[in-house]
Structures are given as structure tokens and as C-alpha cells.
Design a protein. Structure first.
Length: 402
């Protein structure tokens, strides 16, 4: 008998679940359909979503069938979970474009498990729902008192922040999704992030009351550092897993440069190495363990070739100090501001001018290994070909456009 829940715990993929013993029995009894939903609120997924993608892989590798729900319908409403304010309402065309991008990303990430993945869009059933029929089907089975106890609702009300009726209906729609997939796709398990617990439980209760069937829920933890800080942000902004939005070298470097304390946990989450191998690798050479982490994650999200090229580039730059090749250019226009803070922001090397100023004040930016201390420093023709360092690991060559 496979102890699925213990495997999830061992790989840091577990936050909580309903009836651990029964869920384990259920997953061992038969190959099951499980689902996980992704609302299309952006055109790509960031690094935080990788925990859920690894959870999917963990189950499909053992023969279970994944249903990836693309939230074309629920995105129109907006999930209040974990949010201090209402999500921006997106145009339908934007939602559909985001969904197509998501499918491309998922198809690439799960390229070795395509036979175990089914895609559905909840807009196909939610958009046709008759409001009166929905109320008659689920309304009498959902307790407002119960819904008000969920953290996503309680937190907003406690802080006296507005929670619109539109958002309040989100959990009704998500619970209906689970009921619909259970009824039509024999889906017995919903997986989601830790902030989705209340919505998942509501769906389980709905299935129990209407269909008189057992169903289960499991949530994954946030991707955090050992200090509890959320991972997935850099000086450039979010770490997107799509190489069209975040290039392979920077992606590789993000994982290569994680804190030593986080390497073991991240290798357990993102690699298939067993605990003993990981412990031995870290003990032998922490930097080799970090390279292994970066190679594994970059290979999964981009390609193995991308990962190896990124590793070679990092070796050339940071170990061999070879700045004559493989250094990205910053091309500067003479007819715009030559102030360094403006250049950094315009080229999206740092999210904002204020962040650029902060880094300069902390000696975090260097030209030819000399720290820049003046926030008003300007780049001149004399800097042509110079090496610009942002932080410890980001290197660029300055070039003026002709």
C-alpha cells in the first residue's frame, strides 16, 4: 500500500487534507481522477505555482488522472481568497488569451505525461447556468453561516474591507465546479493552494448533500524560504516559469542563488532524488547541490538544453570571469535620459527607479567592479563596453545604439 499523504509530506507538498486515512485508502483502491483549478488572471504562471504542478506530477506518475481546470468562468468573477481587495475584472478576450497561454505552458511542463492530463474550461458549464436553477440546485445546501467562517471571508470582514456579492459568489461557483466534475467526470479529489481550503471543503459538502458520495480535498503549502518569506520575486519582479517572460539564464540563476538553508527542501520538492541522495549531495558540496536544483527546475520548466546553456554561461561569467562573450547587452539611446536609475528602470532590469536608488545607496550596483554611490550617476560614451553588475549575480555589457 502506497502512503500517498506521507509522500506528499516528505516532499513538502502537503499543507492539509480531509480525512487522511480515508484519502489514502481511496487512492490505493483505484486509479482516481483529481482536479486542480487555475484562474486565468495573468498571461503566465509564476514560480509559486510550481508546488501545485509538482503535486500533479506526484500523482500522475503513480497512474492517477489529472483534470486541469482552466477557470474561464471563475476568472470573470475573481477569487477573494488571500486578497485584500477585489481582483481587477478582465475582458473576456484577455481571459481567453491567458487560457491559451496556460495550456501552452502546461503542455510543455507535462510533456511526458500527456496521456494522464485532461483540460477543461469551467466557462463551458458556468456560462450556461440559469441563476434560478443554480439557486435551486445548490442554494439550500450551502450555509451562509458556514461560509462566513472561512478565512478568505473572515480576514476581509475583520479588516472591514469590502467583499462584494460578486466575490462572495466565487466560492459557490468553485464548489459547483467540484460537484460538476464529480458528477460528469468521476472526479473524487480536489487539490489547491492552502488559501483554497474553504472553497474545497464547501464543494465536498455539496457533493455529499446532493450526490450522497464521498470526495476529498488536499492543499499544498506556499513556496517559502526557511525564514517564511514567499519565494518567486526578484529585482526584476515575478519569476515567471514561461521562458518567453523570464529568460532561461535568469531563471537558472534564481534557483542557483537560493539560500543554503532552502536547498534541501527545494530539492525534495522539485527533484526526484531521494532524501539520502540530497543530504549527501549537500554535505559534499552545497554549490553543486544548488546547480543540481537549478538544472532540474530549468529543465522541467524550459528545456534541458536551455538549462545546460544557462549553466555554461554562468560558469563562463562567474567562475572563468569571461566577459567577452555570453554577456547580455544593455543598449542605450543617446537621445533619452542617461541617468543610471532611469536606464535600469527603462530596460526592466529593476522594477522601479526607487528600487534602483535603494540598490545604489547600498552599493549594490557596480560598473567595472567599482560601486556606484551617486543616485544621479549618468552613463557616458566612456562607459561603452563596460561591465555593469546588478547585485552579485547579474552582469551586463553597456552599449550605445548607433
Amino acid at each position: 500500500m502506497v502512503d500517498y499523504i506521507q509522500q506528499f509530506k516528505d516532499r513538502h507538498l502537503f499543507h492539509q487534507c480531509t480525512n487522511e486515512e480515508e484519502l489514502n485508502k481511496h487512492l490505493n483502491k483505484e486509479k482516481s481522477f483529481f482536479y486542480i483549478g487555475f484562474d486565468a488572471t495573468s498571461d503566465a504562471l509564476h514560480a509559486g505555482s510550481l508546488v501545485q504542478l509538482r503535486a500533479i506530477k506526484q500523482l500522475v506518475k503513480l497512474g492517477h488522472q489529472a483534470i486541469i481546470l482552466l477557470g474561464g468562468g471563475t476568472t470573470k468573477v475573481g477569487d477573494p481568497s488571500g486578497k485584500d481587495e477585489s481582483r481587477k475584472i478582465l475582458e473576456y478576450e484577455t481571459i481567453n488569451n491567458n487560457i491559451e497561454n496556460f495550456k501552452r505552458i502546461f503542455n510543455h511542463y507535462f510533456r511526458d505525461y500527456k496521456d494522464n492530463i485532461t483540460y477543461v474550461n469551467n466557462d463551458t458549464w458556468l456560462s450556461d447556468l440559469n441563476y434560478i436553477e443554480l439557486l435551486r440546485t445548490v442554494g439550500s445546501h450551502l450555509s451562509i453561516n458556514r461560509m462566513l467562517t472561512f478565512e478568505s471571508v473572515k480576514d476581509r470582514l475583520k479588516r472591514e474591507q469590502s467583499l462584494s456579492f460578486l466575490e462572495f459568489n466565487y466560492m459557490v461557483l468553485q464548489s459547483y465546479d467540484f460537484y460538476y466534475l464529480n458528477k460528469n467526470n468521476n472526479c473524487s479529489l480536489q487539490i489547491g493552494g492552502s488559501d483554497q481550503w474553504g472553497n474545497i471543503v464547501l464543494g465536498i459538502e455539496l457533493i455529499s448533500k446532493i450526490s450522497k458520495k464521498d470526495s476529498y480535498g488536499l492543499t499544498t503549502p506556499l513556496l517559502t524560504t526557511s525564514s517564511g518569506k514567499k519565494m518567486g520575486k526578484t529585482e526584476q519582479g515575478a519569476v515567471w516559469i514561461d521562458k518567453e517572460k523570464f529568460n532561461s539564464f535568469d531563471f537558472f540563476q534564481y534557483w542557483r542563488n537560493v539560500d543554503d538553508k532552502d536547498v534541501k527542501k527545494l530539492l525534495l520538492i522539485f527533484s526526484d532524488l531521494d532524501k539520502e541522495e540530497i543530504t549527501s549531495l549537500i554535505k559534499e558540496d552545497i554549490n553543486r547541490a544548488k546547480k543540481k536544483l537549478a538544472l532540474v527546475v530549468t529543465s522541467d520548466c524550459h528545456t534541458k538544453e536551455d538549462a545546460l546553456a544557462a549553466e555554461q554561461k554562468a560558469t563562463d561569467l562567474f567562475e572563468n570571469k569571461n566577459f567577452d562573450q555570453d554577456v547580455d547587452l544593455i543598449q542605450i539611446n543617446n537621445d533619452v535620459s542617461l541617468k543610471l536609475t532611469d536606464i535600469l528602470a527603462i530596460n526592466n532590469l529593476i522594477p522601479s527607479k526607487s528600487e534602483a536608488k535603494r540598490m545604489i545607496e547600498n552599493s549594490g550596483i557596480k560598473i567595472n567592479d567599482i560601486a556606484i554611490n551617486d543616485i544621479n550617476h549618468e552613463i557616458t560614451d566612456k562607459d561603452e563596453g563596460s561591465i555593469l553588475k546588478i547585485g552579485k549575480k547579474r552582469i551586463f555589457k553597456i552599449s550605445f545604439k548607433n
